[in-house]
Design a protein around this ligand. Sequence first.
Ligand SMILES: [Zn+2]
Length: 348
Amino acid sequence: MQEELARLREAALAEVASCGAEGELEAVRVRYLGRKGLLTQAVRGLAAVAPAERPALGALVNEAKDAVEAAIAASGERLAAERLAHRLAHERIDVTLPGRRRPRGHAHPLRLIEDEIVDVFVGMGFRVAEGPEIEDDYHNFAALNFEPDHPARDAQDTLFVAPGSDLLLRTHTSPVQIRVMRAAKPPLRVVVPGTVYRRDDLDPTHSPMFQQVEGFMVDERVSFADLKGVLVHFLRRIFGPETGVRFRPSFFPFTEPSAEADIACFRCAPTGAADPACRICRGGRWLEVLGAGMIHPNVLRAVGYDPEKVQGFAFGLGTDRIAILRYGIEDLRLFYENDLRFLAQFPS
Ligand SMILES: [Zn+2]
């Protein structure tokens, strides 16, 4: 029994010494000192020993238990100290390192251009109005003098909310013209920025979602000269005071007469010669930038105005188009891909 005890004691101490972690130490404690531990069983074994030998053996057993417990305690402290030292070494914080800067965001380039456009009109006394992006046929087409069989009403061109539905994603910002005119009386000078939708595939020059700015003015004796004055001023504020502007006859259901405005290519204009290699105008020397016209009498009647008493002009332009020309960007998709490497180039 004495030899057995001595062997257990040495084995336990050796195991304690070889423990590399506090978890292993606990396993050793359970193996020797737990309820069914080897040394615990040795204590129970004393019952089978002759009474005369018990005190001496009992003392030996207790001594062995004490020795193993002390070794475990000492080893536990050592391992805990090592663990702490390891953490302190590895989790050290260098307070002299510079902090992590959060990148500072800014407005999207299309928003910057939109703000710039709107500001020019606000400077001319226009107020800003907005309207819903989901519209009905009445506001988007009928009240704007679109014929019932106009191709724009076709599901091939317009995104309807559901097949056969009267609700659609507005194809232009012009329905806001109708909403504002129905709610207010002239004189009106209103500019309407917003998102519009058409059934187009995404390619370098088309997007099913794009930005427009609509504007209109209604008052007594508003003429085409007012339209030209306002738009020439606007285009020269955006593209520079020397920018050449021309108006060409055009057709829109909601204006009569209608025109499209072009600006002279700002790369070719100074030389005066057409350059087929110009990547901005491709030799055309003029760049189409907006559509406009005198509001059609049918539109004025649709909102309850008397076209004999008031007239108005309206215009619409693609914010994306203006941004492409201003920034010299060749692919419209860049504006919608949200690549920060692109967007970060337009600090506000
Ligand atoms: Zn050019």
